[in-house]
Write a protein that binds this ligand. Structure first.
Ligand code: C5P
Length: 224
């Protein structure tokens, strides 16, 4: 199966409080995005393209020598749409599967990528790595008062990379109206009525959002 990887790395990362785009923030001396590219390659992606903030292209090119970059958009949905067009458009080599990964999940083990690819090879059209929800999960009103508790047994936390049959993902993005923004690519294919299969995720694939997440990742990276 010829799989290409897309890394969404065009976000600002304001919540991390860094003066750099989040994907360029160093983890154990290397930018987060470089870790994410390595994971996809080690897990089986034949090539990787990275969606970057257009105004920071020079810095991304320096951080990712030899890696193909495309200009990302104002939202994650727009960034993935642009990268997808670049890897599957006219003149591109034939692609069976697309893996979409967040730069913000640098320590994802390649095993997770391999699990996603195996499920695609077995016939799934869309695959996401997931973990159980371990905390009690509740609904609150505008005053912060708990109004309901959600049974957690059937809840899952969704990670990346998410894998797709190439045509399924292209068709789903084509069908998504302009201006509709979804937080991940599984939501885009679900909006098109495609069933999304799950495989086991990994705590090490946690997303880096706030400074505490980066501190934890530094500890993990040192031990790895
Ligand atoms: O903001 P959040 O952490 O949810 O972003 C998830 C991923 O999407 C990040 O890796 C970020 O760089 C990427 N992103 C993007 N283009 C945007 C916004 C976010 O590629 N416009």
């Amino acid at each position: 199966m010829h799989a290409v990887g897309i890394v969404a790395a065009a976000g600002s990362g304001l919540r991390l409080g860094a003066d750099l785009p989040k994907a360029l923030v160093p983890l154990a001396g290397r930018p987060l995005v470089a870790w994410a590219v390595d994971t996809l390659r080690a897990g089986g992606a034949a090539e990787v393209v990275v969606a970057v903030p257009p105004e920071r292209r020079t810095e991304f090119a320096a951080a990712l020598p030899g890696v193909r970059l495309v200009d990302g958009g104002a939202t994650r949905t727009a960034s993935v749409r642009a990268a997808l067009a670049a890897v599957t458009g006219p003149g591109c080599p034939p692609v069976d599967a697309v893996l979409v990964h967040d730069a913000a999940r640098p320590l994802t083990p390649p095993d997770v990528v391999a699990r996603v690819l195996r499920a695609l090879a077995a016939g799934a059209r869309a695959v996401v790595p997931v973990l159980p929800v371990v905390d009690t999960t509740v609904v609150v009103d505008g005053q912060g008062i708990v109004t309901d508790a959600v049974p957690r047994a059937t809840l899952r936390r969704v990670q990346t990379p998410q894998g797709f049959d190439r045509r399924t993902l292209e068709d789903a993005y084509d069908a998504l109206p302009d201006g509709v923004e979804l937080t991940d690519d599984a939501a885009v294919v679900r909006a098109a009525g495609v069933p999304v299969q799950t495989v086991k995720g990994d705590e090490r694939a946690a997303k880096i959002t706030v400074a505490h997440d980066l501190a934890l990742a530094e500890l993990q990276a040192v031990r790895a």
